[in-house]
Design a protein around this ligand. Structure first.
Ligand code: AMP
Ligand code: MG
Length: 342
């Protein structure tokens, strides 16, 4: 059952309690309806990907109450502060290096060292962020590949029964996704055109590099394995669907470990009970752990046990395949390789 909540004090309080309990609440912003989860709760963020039936993990935008809250999660630059002053609250998303004290979980950022933050406009979104008190991770509240919703009815059409509540915030004023601007490199890069025209940004900060294919900015664009430089890949080679670790390999396990593997050295079990949501929630922290520890211990690879190709398992397998793929583009400037996969 998906509750429909009015954006009055009682509805807002209920929505905030649900988020706090790790549940999913769609809410309206000035751009489109977002499917919100506690950005600091990896299990809740995994449930977002599950509800959307997304076949891959892409980084989500952390929605924040104000610029102060946003700049606690990322390392602000002078440009970022000027843009925030001019356009927040509003349809502009900034990608910046994560702050050391960031509370956002690795899955919400798809394991990246950067994080996308935005301060949404709209009374409902603002009230929810104030009541909740922490960042809300939210992609658009539609099934993967579908059209972004601009009313609560659209959200229900696509996700009724798959999410806990929708906060009725009225029709979205802009109805277009946010402009996504990457400020993490030497030059600002437009990753997705959206509600704030890039010309308005350029008037304020000068030239912006355009790499987004403007014809398909909102689609789940298919990307070849290993091509997405914005996606985290461990430096140790990854071997897929391995029954167990070979010599010199760390083990990324899934499900109950067979007796023969109990004595194995470096292991990260995605989910000993074989739960795909738990596995998704632990995937990026696990890859990083095995990569860092494995190199420290002089290991030469990561063996990944099979994960079922269903539900969230599809996205987990997609991510592992990218991690295992050869990286022909390595060494090119990352910003030039980024593709929009919202
Ligand atoms: P959506 O989830 O549909 O609102 O789309 C979010 C957009 O922001 C997608 O195009 C993501 O690829 C992009 N995005 C979010 N975080 C990052 C990041 N750290 N680096 C690059 N792009 C990002
Ligand atoms: Mg989307």
């Amino acid at each position: 059952m998906t509750e429909r909540l009015r954006a009055d004090p009682a509805g807002i309080a209920r929505a905030a309690r649900l988020l706090d309990a790790g549940r999913l609440v769609a809410f309206g912003t000035e751009t489109v309806y977002g499917l919100g989860a506690d950005a600091g709760n990896a299990m809740a963020v995994a449930a977002v990907f599950e509800a959307k039936r997304r076949p891959h993990f892409n980084p989500l935008i952390a929605h924040c109450l104000d610029a102060d809250a946003a700049f606690r999660e990322v390392c602000a630059t002078d440009l970022a502060r000027r843009l925030a002053d001019a356009f927040w609250p509003g349809p502009l998303t900034l990608v910046l290096p994560r702050a050391p004290g960031s509370t956002v979980c690795a899955l919400a950022a798809a394991g990246l060292a950067t994080l996308a933050v935005r301060v949404p406009d709209g009374a409902g979104a603002g009230a929810l962020l104030r009541a909740f008190g922490r960042p809300i991770a939210a992609p658009s509240a539609n099934p993967s590949g579908g059209v972004s919703p601009s009313t609560a009815d659209h959200v229900m059409d696509g996700l009724a029964g798959r999410i806990d509540a929708v906060l009725e915030c009225g029709p979205c004023a802009v109805g277009l996704e946010s402009t996504v601007l990457d400020l993490s490199g030497a030059m600002p890069v437009l990753l997705r055109p959206g509600g704030v025209p890039v010309e308005a940004i350029e008037r304020l900060i000068g030239p912006v590099l355009r790499v987004a294919p403007s014809s398909t900015p909102m689609q789940d664009a298919p990307v070849a394995p290993g091509m997405l430089a914005s996606h985290y890949a461990p430096s140790l080679p990854v071997r897929l669907d391995a029954p167990g670790p070979g010599r010199g390999e760390a083990l990324l396990a899934f499900g109950p470990l067979p007796d023969a593997l109990r004595e194995t050295g470096l292991v990260w079990n995605l989910s000993p009970r074989g739960d795909l949501r738990e596995a998704a929630a632990r995937l990026f922290s696990g890859l990083r752990h095995l990569d860092d520890e494995g190199r420290a211990q002089g290991l030469t690879g990561i063996a990944a046990m099979p994960v079922p190709a269903e539900g969230l398992g599809l996205a987990i397998r997609d991510r592992l395949q990218r991690a295992a793929a050869p990286r022909p583009m390595a060494g090119r400037p990352a910003a030039l390789l980024q593709r929009v996969v919202g």
